[in-house]
Design a protein around this ligand. Structure first.
Ligand code: NAP
Length: 436
């Protein structure tokens, strides 16, 4: 019998567990036990805390992960922080292989003057706030001004701009947490400016997500036609990007007949954030693309007023003691970090791709594990039977999948009418729901 520890219960962790389970014995799971560890008492990582609450069809992928967790060979072990409660070296003693699927929960920094002023918020924090992440429940983003700026031309920037612009009515059926729904309902923001340091041909926004902006109840997207190259140039783009650019071009023709605006400001590179004790404006420099396609400043600057500035410029992984780390992710070769230690998902390749991208990633790493530790062999490591007493000695009380089901049932039971759940946003509330 082999024992595997998958650290992190987001998409990468669950696809890896699914692949390991298939590689080592299928339905009866005779060949391996797979433990999916998470620092929170609840599973699903990005699905719960990152995917937008008004994108319930994307969140529904967790049903597939439920099937994995319900498998006899797979256990969820929540409320355990690897690197604090147990080290990677200890896990490697207890398990045949350890796969780090810890995602990329930290915001990259702009590295400009004024970035630390109150009112400047990373997208991980803002998204965590409206998605009920316990670390950001008290974020209280400034929503009393009429303007907000979102830095970045990717899908997370779109999520943030859309959430800031929706009406209460448009959140029906979503699982946005109550505190965020009420605060957004009171928000005075009327203009959200999306700042892209390059142009429409360089956006990282996908068509479905862009298309949503054209159908909002109270907001209209705006673009400046002069920012676009001649329409013939779109022919050379990949089909997905071409669709996005076509949608963006179409925004120029929309009637501006709604109270809120989402303004796309392209070729605008942030150079400073200014304000008297808190953010009041972001200073941007006009750019041109150089021959390599990079944004080069022209020296022309202007101010965009914004007491709320959200940076949505990408994420990095949390380092873990004794695991080589560089450029915001674990140092690895095709997922292999070292002997019996692997990385998968965003912890392996950085924060790119869709949820589905993690599936082949997980299967590839599982193949490598199976090649190094052929099914049928064993080194008699104890797995959870060794981990659990160690955690108990350290006063750590893990949660299991049944605990999660109880938490889920309680969250479902306290949902607003029409909403799938009202998430707990405090660690102690999760534990209270399971009688701790
Ligand atoms: P992303 O797609 O990498 O976009 C990051 C954006 O930030 C880019 O436009 C980038 O511009 C810009 N940027 C980076 N550094 C900057 C700087 N110093 N100053 C100004 N702009 C800067 O990242 P993301 O939006 O965080 O998304 C992460 C991944 O999750 C992506 O794969 C995304 O598609 C996925 N996602 C998907 C969905 C969905 O499917 N509904 C929703 C959310 C996220 P440059 O191109 O110039 O570098």
């Amino acid at each position: 019998m082999r024992h595997f520890a998958v650290v992190g219960s987001g998409p990468a962790g669950f696809y890896t567990a699914e692949a390991l389970e298939k590689a080592y014995g299928g339905a009866d799971s005779a060949g391996a036990r797979i433990d999916i560890l998470d620092r929170y008492p609840v599973p699903y990582g990005l699905i719960r805390f990152g995917v937008a609450p008004d994108h319930q069809s994307l969140k529904a992928v967790s049903k597939r992960y439920d099937k994995v967790a319900e498998n006899a060979g797979v256990d969820f072990i929540g409320n355990v922080t690897v690197g604090r409660d147990v080290s990677v070296a200890e896990l490697l003693e207890l398990y045949d292989a350890v796969i780090l699927a810890t995602g990329a929960p930290h915001d990259r920094k702009l590295g400009i003057r004024g970035e630390d002023l109150p009112g400047v918020i990373g997208s991980a924090e803002f998204v965590g706030w409206y998605n009920g992440h316990p670390e950001f429940a008290d974020l209280d983003p400034p929503l009393a001004g009429s303007h907000a700026a979102v830095v970045g031309a990717g899908n997370v920037a779109l999520d943030c701009a859309r959430i800031l612009s929706k009406t209460r009515h448009e959140f029906e059926g979503s699982d946005i947490v109550g505190h965020a729904l009420d605060a957004l309902d009171r928000s005075a923001i009327r203009t959200v400016t999306i700042l892209g340091r390059r142009g429409p041909h360089q956006v990282a926004m996908t068509p479905k997500e862009l298309g949503e902006l054209g159908h909002l109840e109270a907001a209209v997207p705006e673009v400046e036609p002069a920012d676009f190259p001649p329409v013939e140039a779109d022919e050379a783009l990949d089909p997905g990007l071409r669709k996005s650019v076509t949608l963006l071009r179409g925004f120029a023709d929309l009637e501006r007949n709604k109270p809120k605006r989402i303004v796309f400001d392209f070729f605008a590179k942030p150079v400073a954030i200014e304000g008297d004790g808190r953010a009041e404006r972001i200073i941007v420099e006009r750019t041109l693309l150089d021959d390599s396609g990079a944004a080069r400043g022209t020296g022309e600057t202007y101010a965009v007023p914004a007491p709320l500035i959200i940076t949505a410029i990408g994420y990095s992984t949390s380092p873990i003691a004794d695991v080589p780390f560089e450029g915001g992710k674990f140092v690895n070769q095709n997922g292999r970090i070292g002997d019996r230690l692997f990385a998968v998902g965003w912890a392996r390749r950085g924060p790119t791709g869709t949820i589905g991208t993690n599936r082949p990633d997980g299967y590839e790493v599982a193949d490598q594990v199976a090649a190094a530790l052929p099914p049928g062999s064993s080194d008699n490591r104890p797995g959870a039977e060794g981990l659990k007493p160690l955690l108990e000695q350290r006063g750590v009380m893990p949660t299991d999948y049944d605990d999660w089901r109880k938490i889920e049932e309680t969250e479902t039971g306290r949902a607003r009418p029409g909403s799938p759940r009202e998430k707990f946003v405090r660690h102690q509330d999760w534990l209270q729901a399971i009688g701790r």
